[in-house]
Design a protein. Structure first.
Length: 245
């Protein structure tokens, strides 16, 4: 598979402190790549730099086109969307209004195209359709995550950047969210998934990276990474040599 996203030597510094050092990774067309690692490793910094929300050195290429220096909104227009860890919804607007705002850059398209995208999101998340007129601020944590995902999908992305989608959610809701992520891959959306829940992430990913204190220290096909004794012991809660197939 060809690379949809290529990141080379990406470095981000906060003052004199480098939060991300010379990170290089790729997301293949139609694949899920995941970046796992502990809290504070630089995972969110990585996504924000790729999205153009943080200044960085190095290069980011999408569909073989350089994105360096391009504003985040222009990256969205090209087909790159991000769901932030904080979800960043408009609490005083309804569920449906939040979704429609996700299609803001498509405002020149026929209304039927927007309605078709809205119907697709409601098919993925029936609960959002039930709560279409409800204020976003009154939703549960799982529903807010569904709304954040749905709003990103309204932009019709080819590449979706997901920052800790399981954070703070009950196990049952986490399973639902990861089921949807796997389903999005089947529709042709490529995904870069940042997660502390390494077990769930590696189960659905095609390829994985391990980020520790700003450095990418391991990478490989997801099944091989899950079987790595270091990953199994540190991130999957298994003793060395007990990695599960």
């Amino acid at each position: 598979m060809s690379a949809l996203l290529e990141v080379r030597d990406l470095t981000v510094a906060y003052g004199k402190v480098e939060a991300l050092r010379h990170a290089s990774l790729a997301v293949a067309e139609g694949a899920i790549a995941t970046v796992i690692g502990p809290n504070g490793a630089g995972k969110t910094t990585l996504l924000c730099a790729i999205m153009g929300l943080l200044p960085a050195s190095g290069s980011v290429r999408y569909r073989d086109r350089p994105l360096d220096g391009m504003p985040a909104e222009d990256r969205v227009a090209l087909g790159v969307s991000m769901v932030a860890e904080r979800r960043e919804l408009f609490a005083e607007l309804s569920v449906e209004d939040n979704l429609r705002l996700g299609a803001f850059h498509r405002r020149g398209e026929p209304a039927r195209a927007i309605e078709a995208s809205l119907a697709d999101v409601y098919a993925l998340f029936p609960r959002l359709k039930e709560r279409a007129r409800q204020l976003a601020g009154t939703l549960s944590g799982g529903e807010r995550q569904m709304l954040a995902l749905g709003r990103a999908l309204m932009a019709r992305p080819r590449l979706l950047l997901l920052d800790e989608p399981s954070l703070g959610l009950a196990p049952r809701i986490v399973r639902d969210i990861f089921r949807v992520i796997a389903e999005l891959k089947r529709t042709g959306v490529s995904i870069l998934l940042v997660e502390q829940n390494a077990r769930a992430a590696l189960q659905i990913a095609d390829y994985g990276y391990v980020l520790e204190t700003g450095d990418l220290v391991l990478e490989g096909p997801a099944p091989e990474l899950a079987a790595n004794p270091r990953v199994a012991e540190t991130y999957l809660g298994l003793g060395a040599g007990r990695a599960q197939p």
